[in-house]
Design a protein around this ligand. Structure first.
Ligand code: BTN
Length: 278
């Protein structure tokens, strides 16, 4: 990936990550610059693109985060990519895909950085207190078509402090910065990382956990995420429709909702958009 980029290179996912089995033959687009890889992957999926279709870009000009936020995606330093999946899940189970992707990203990050890698529910991968990656899963049913999900991953790889917008500098990190702070995993080298190597490891981990998750509909994915969680055990504020309450985050449901023990001792199930950690 560090080599020359054409405007768009179309290839097969198996050429990018030769170890893949399930998605080896799926189409893969590489863009030097694009608005959002999620938007492009959705376009392809709506037109019937198969599972495993993958879009990545060196730079996004309109990268999107959750809840209408932007995602800074400068050239040369990150992995900005989106994968189309069509898992045979029941309607209420699609939220589990966030857990699957978060687990894959967190365990990939751990291969390169010695620091405290965690997952801030529901979709942020952090190293220490700082965010290194975000996940945006978008599920859609096109008219007359089958349900699909686009799993968008933004992973900060080689950023230095100056590569982040000033407002994010104290909250964000990259694998490179975290390696400087906590040390690299010995076998993974030092300093700047080869993004292609990181991407190959990420794809392999996504595939491995996908194969593992499919037979049970990803039933255990939020159990597996528990050891990484930096949210469980923390005091949270929940701002719902017409009500605000405080409590302790104590568990996840199998579908990835947060179980909060409120200050009155009631167990309450809450969705991602409503929670902030105090
Ligand atoms: C978040 O933390 O709010 C989610 C950020 C997701 C960013 C990735 S970058 C690749 C893909 N394309 C997008 O426009 N967004 C996701």
């Amino acid at each position: 990936m560090e080599g020359p980029w054409g405007p768009v290179a179309a290839t097969r996912l198996g050429q990018l990550a030769p170890a893949l089995v399930r998605w080896r033959g799926a189409p893969c687009e590489a863009h030097r610059r694009i608005g959002s890889t999620n938007d492009r992957a959705k376009e392809l999926a709506r037109a019937g693109a198969p599972e495993g279709t993958f879009v990545w870009a060196d730079e996004q000009t309109a990268g999107r985060g959750r809840r209408g936020r932007g995602w800074a995606s400068p050239p040369g330093v990150g992995l900005w990519c989106s994968l189309v999946v069509r898992p045979p899940l029941k309607p209420g189970q699609w939220t589990r895909l966030v857990g699957w992707a978060a687990l894959a990203v967190a365990s990939t990050v751990k291969r390169f950085v010695q620091g405290p890698v965690g997952v801030k529910w529901p979709n942020d991968v952090v190293i220490g207190e700082r965010k290194a990656a975000g996940i945006l899963v978008e599920v859609e049913t096109p008219p007359g078509g089958d349900l699909f999900a686009v799993v968008g991953i933004g992973l900060n790889v080689n950023h230095r402090e100056d590569d982040f917008p000033s407002a994010l500098r104290r909250q964000a990190t990259s694998l490179r910065l975290a390696r400087e702070m906590y040390g690299p995993v010995a076998a993974s080298g030092e300093g700047a990382l080869d993004r292609q190597t990181v991407l190959q490891d990420l794809l392999a981990e996504l595939e491995r956990l996908y194969e593992e998750g499919i037979p049970t509909g990803f039933a255990g994915v939020f159990d597996a995420l528990r050891p990484y969680s930096v949210t469980l055990g923390r005091r949270v504020q929940v701002v719902g429709a017409g009500e605000t309450f405080y409590g302790e985050a104590v568990d996840f449901t199998p579908d990835g909702m947060l179980v909060v023990l409120d200050d009155e001792g009631n167990r309450r199930i809450v969705a991602a958009g409503d929670v902030s950690i105090r």
